[in-house]
Design a protein around this ligand. Sequence first.
Ligand code: ADP
Ligand code: ADP
Ligand code: ADP
Length: 214
Amino acid sequence: MRIVLVGPPGAGKGTQAAYLAKNLKVPHISTGDLFRANISQGTPLGKLAKSYMDAGNLVPDEVTIAMAQERMAQPDAANGFLLDGFPRNVSQAKALDEALATDGVKLDAVLDLEVPEDEVVTRIAGRRVCRNDSAHVFHVTYSPPKTEGVCDLCGGELYQRDDDSEETVRTRLEVYHTQTEPIIDHYRAQGLVVTISALGKVTEVTERAMAALE
Ligand code: ADP
Ligand code: ADP
Ligand code: ADP
């Protein structure tokens, strides 16, 4: 299956993608994670992306699309993938449409995670991520680790993302409304959008998502 996940920052895309990717046996491709991996490795792409990310703005399309396409061209993505955080504006969506058409394949669904804005702000403010593996995501009150600051899954150090500050979150939400939400209409015109509520327990949301994708 080829699926795109959309939803505001903090909606739970990464959390859900980890479970959905396992259930659907497709790779989880997160452009945010790919940028953060480049930053931690000190690559030129990481250096470029960091200034945009820290300000809460989108990284320029040219480098983002190239990075996403390179990842989608890996053998593990040949039969499907779960895109998390890409596309994030209409021109990225059009670039993806073209790349898929060239390969003679189609998206199966665009899963839209709906969460009220105040909940999103609470989720982001409490988010803690593992330095070893970006799929290990915790929340200080909703899913706290057994030991503060330590990842339950691998013992890695938990940290707060630089762009999860209150100030940057406001910019990211605005960017979501003005630039990312329009892709929902773009995909609605293709009959691909399924919207679910991302409120409730993580497992409940996963069940809702799996039912919506059937
Ligand atoms: P969240 O999960 O909170 O929505 P992400 O990890 O998806 O955050 O993204 C963090 C930042 O990485 C974004 O604010 C943006 O700067 C950059 N980014 C990620 N994906 C894209 C993309 N497709 N296009 C442009 N910038 C991106
Ligand atoms: P996104 O990738 O959309 O930015 P994340 O998956 O990183 O979102 O989740 C943001 C924060 O919300 C994390 O701290 C995560 O632990 C928490 N979270 C995710 N899903 C839920 C949920 N269903 N209920 C409560 N908190 C959640
Ligand atoms: P290293 O070179 O140090 O082993 P990795 O290439 O494994 O670093 O990536 C560093 C981080 O980026 C890890 O947290 C990993 O989970 C994450 N990551 C790497 N590739 C992807 C991907 N395609 N999608 C999502 N996250 C990724």
